[in-house]
Design a protein around this ligand. Sequence first.
Ligand code: G3P
Length: 235
Amino acid sequence: MLYIIDTANIEKISYCVSTFPIAGVTTNPTIISREKADFFALIKGIRDIIGKERMFHIQLTGDTADKMLREAEILRGVVGDNLYVKIPISEEGLKATMALHKDGYHVTETAIFTQQQALMAAMAGADFVAPYVNRLDNIVSDGVNVVAEIVELFTRYRLSSRVLAASFKTAEQVHKISMVGGHAVTVSPEILSTLIYHPLTMYAVDDFKADWESVYGKATICDMADPQKSGTEGE
Ligand code: G3P
């Protein structure tokens, strides 16, 4: 499963890509607007940090297929390859998706809330569909089940589209998506940290440290390999 980060904050992206196995960045107009920055400078800055090998999902803002096609062309000129243009599902969005797919663009159909929206987007050529898990849970619509059925449909019809589950508030939601075969999740940097947190892990590491120091003091393996350099052996 691919882990992607759902933020446009340069500092957070920089920290996450150096710390976690991150496959890319997703943004939307809400996330971009939080940074209150020049749009093009911001997306160029994000591309510089994540490099060309990671996916960069940027949402289009046009409300007609023609405007979306022009925006996609502009974005590709600015951030280059490995761009995934995000398009909220709509009739104009599907029209744009089919045209962009034909022209070799990667498309992520977003704001997906139903299995049929996802299937239609996949048939139009979307590389990813992005169902909003927590927003479905908020209306008692079981986001994980919607994702599970989309995965099942893509498998049943042998579609190459993948599910990029979005909108998470808990580690439990993310875990359940991995259990139903979601291909990717996009999460906040905060959720990303939560995914590896466990108090028992911290207790275990504290115990390892205390036991080590009871015999070797503050000396590390590096110190003991080269005691003259560090001068801390046996401290
Ligand atoms: O990628 C879509 C996501 O940003 C929506 O998340 O938390 O606003 O429901 P949220």
